[in-house]
Write a protein that binds this ligand. Structure first.
Ligand code: FBP
Length: 694
């Protein structure tokens, strides 16, 4: 019997259908791998050249002029046809090359296509050229851990998401020792060039490597990646050279599909508020894009909150002839009030459900929290420096960290070194919930960035919202609106005159959606209202329909929290990102073949149709500014935040009241559908990008 079972299981496992449906490679993957991204027209010409464009100007940082002197005078470069090259230039364009590449930072959909674009183009000019992929990000370069990227390896990852082909890492190449190690690896592999695929910090790495490698002749080219969308390059004159990094569109679309599904569910079982925290370490570009993609009821844009002013407080202070500094900037309390306001307004029209999008980096724009983040960054950095030991290893438990801060506040630890943390800071910090204190003390990444993704921002905000909603409920201000027609039929069925009762219990008895008066906050107060309108006597019980109405008006605030980040970051790329990233890989090759270094591969006119896309190189050193990292000022590429004057933001501001749908019965949710890579999706690119180009 047993042998028969084994036999039949074996034949089941060997059945072609079983093999097909249990294979790791499904039809979607096969189609993705076979898909050929479009190539910008210039790449169909045999040779290209670079044309300097000094007319594009940037405000160059003085520190960058000193630290990156060999590359800071680079210009923007256009890739132009190079058929008129001399024979020797043509030959040197096509020489056999060794190129190294690594990913750096969080993964972003399209990374594998950068490698395939680079690989295909490199092999097209010289099949003997070799591409090496450094493993685990910058660590592979520093420790000389690499694989040769072969045709079959590239084919397995074409148009596929993630950085799994060679993995990634976040190590910062920030010391002479590391620079030397990097150069040694490149020399040993006889590299002609190195391509760094990364975000602002990684392209900063690329610029410093380009500077350090200058004497060796090894070229370094950066490729802008990050789902956060905060690497955008504009000249001094406002000319957009790089409107978005690759990966942004896919991540936003992947998040949006999930958020959109939540709007559908929320509008179906009408009992939950879904709170969606969306990645984006600092800038709120992803949240803004998700807002356009889904029309969620409330999307908070951190950059807008930073400019928040409390007009009432300002006026009050003015009357007294004083200035209220607390009226400027958003606090967590303000923020929770703002969210409550939206919840209460929707409830009043009978909608006790909805979807809120919260940017991961929102804390960066909340004054009181930002102060803590800056102070703690400095304290941790100074501790590490003075003690030559890691703060987090010295104080692994939260209690130890807090004790250290307490001692600082009392001037008992590292006397005189840290006036930065005082008793008031300590008091305020200790008022925060433990999980939040822990979040704010979380280890900084190697670049000195605060790790917003590790903090349960949505929980702290929503706990405050719940608390305040309870207050509003007790004050009778948070009520579910009752549809007039429903009330009317309920009363008529019980032979009661709707109008009479409506006037006694509702503050808007003629409204389409009836709201119970603020003074009625219990069945007892409801009874008093009816008694005072002579609708019942003191001894009579409340009529059943009135009890039903009261119960229906009582809000129950139920939430579900969601974090969208790693899921969308790991999505397979959209059609836009497939094309975009593949062409970036080709551009990286053409910059190298034309002798560029310290440049970032980019595409101008991304917001326009594909035939308008223009491949360019952008001088990385010119994008640098000084920023506080690990408690010190350091040169890094400046992040681009959401611009409150951009078209996208202005349109968002104009439409958000409609998307809130607190006035009309109809919700305005939009369904972006799943991420696609084929089909008629030429126009499918970030909505914010399209709006900003108008
Ligand atoms: P990059 O800046 O490296 O592109 O990463 C962006 C990001 O996805 C942020 O949105 C997020 O805050 C962070 O990475 C998460 O970091 P980690 O992958 O280390 O958890």
């Amino acid at each position: 019997m047993e042998s028969l079972n084994i036999k039949s299981l074996e034949s089941l496992l060997n059945h072609p259908k079983t093999i097909h449906v249990t294979s790791d490679v499904n039809t979607e993957t096969i189609e993705r791998r076979a898909f050929s991204p479009k190539k910008i027209k210039i790449f169909s010409t045999r040779y290209t050249s670079l044309k300097d464009a000094p007319e594009f100007k940037f405000g160059v940082n003085q520190e960058a002029e000193k630290a990156l002197s060999d590359i800071v005078n680079n210009h923007v470069q256009f890739i132009v046809p190079g058929e008129d090259k001399s024979e020797s230039a043509k030959a040197s364009f096509s020489i056999r090359r060794n190129i190294g590449v690594f990913f750096s930072g969080g993964s972003a959909p399209g990374g594998h296509n950068v490698i395939s674009g680079l690989f295909d183009e490199m092999k097209k000019y010289n099949p003997d050229s070799r591409l090496y992929g450094f493993l685990f990000g910058p660590d592979g370069l520093l420790e000389s851990k690499q694989v040769e990227i072969t045709n079959s390896l590239v084919d397995a990852y074409r148009n596929m998401g993630g950085f799994s082909m060679i993995k990634t890492g976040r190590t910062k190449i920030d010391s002479k020792h590391k620079m030397e190690a990097a150069l040694k690896t490149c020399m040993e592999l006889k590299l002609d060039a190195l391509v760094v695929i990364g975000g602002d910090d990684s392209n900063t790495n690329a610029a410093f490597l380009a500077q350090y490698f200058k004497g060796s002749g090894i070229k370094v080219i950066g490729v802008p990646k990050t789902i956060d969308g905060d690497i955008q390059v504009k000249t001094n004159d406002g000319e957009m050279l790089c409107a978005i990094s690759f990966g942004f569109h896919t991540a936003a679309r992947a998040f949006s599909q999930n958020i959109s599904n939540l709007t559908t569910d929320a509008g179906s079982d009408i009992k939950y508020w879904h709170i969606c925290k969306v990645m984006g370490r600092v800038a709120s570009h992803l949240t803004l894009e998700c807002a356009f993609q889904t029309h969620a009821n409330l999307s908070l844009i951190g950059e807008e909150l930073a400019d928040y002013t409390d007009q009432k407080r300002i006026e009050k202070a003015k009357e007294k002839g004083t200035v209220d500094y607390n009226a400027y900037g958003m606090t967590l309390r303000h923020l929770s009030r703002l969210i409550c306001d939206v919840i209460v307004r929707r409830a009043a029209i009978g909608k006790n459900y909805g979807v809120i999008i919260l940017p991961e980096g929102i804390l960066e724009f909340i004054n009181e929290i930002q102060v803590f983040i800056i102070k703690l960054n400095k304290i941790i950095a100074d501790y590490n420096y003075i003690h030559d030991n890691d703060f987090h290893s010295s104080f692994p438990a939260l209690a130890d960290k807090l004790e250290y801060l307490r001692r600082l506040a009392r001037g008992m630890a590292d006397k005189g070194q840290f006036p930065i943390w005082n008793l008031r800071d300590d008091d305020l910090f200790n008022q925060l919930p433990l999980f939040f204190q822990e979040g704010l003390l979380v280890e900084r990444d190697t670049h000195g960035n605060f790790q917003f993704s590790q903090v349960k921002t949505e929980k702290i905000v929503m706990d405050m919202v719940k608390e305040y909603l309870n207050v509003l409920k007790e004050q009778g201000k948070y009520k579910i609106g009752i549809e007039h027609s429903y009330f009317k039929s309920l009363m008529e069925n019980a032979n009661m005159i709707p109008d009479k009762y409506a006037r006694a219990i509702f503050k808007n008895p003629d409204g389409a959606c009836l709201i119970i008066k603020e003074s009625i906050i219990s069945l007892k107060t409801m009874k008093q209202a009816l008694v005072s309108h002579d609708l019942i006597s003191q001894d009579e019980p409340l009529p059943a329909p009135i009890i039903t109405i009261y119960k229906k008006s009582e809000p129950k605030f139920k939430t579900q929290t969601h974090f969208y980040g790693y899921d969308g970051r790991g999505s397979d790329p959209t059609h836009f990102d497939c094309n975009y990233s593949y062409n970036l890989g080709m551009i990286a090759f053409h910059l190298i073949a034309n002798g560029a270094t310290g440049q970032m591969a980019a595409i101008r006119n991304l917001e326009k149709k594909f035939d308008k896309w223009e491949p360019i190189g952008i001088p990385i050193a010119k994008l640098m500014h000084l920023e506080e990292r690990n408690g010190k000022m350091q040169l890094v590429i400046e992040k681009t935040l959401v611009d409150a004057n951009s078209n996208a933001f202005l349109v968002f501001k104009a439409l958000r009241e409609e998307w809130l749908a607190a006035e009309s019965h109809q919700d305005r949710y939009r369904r972006p559908g799943p991420v696609r890579f084929m089909g008629d999706s030429e126009e499918d690119r970030p909505i914010t990008l399209m709006l900003n180009s108008i």
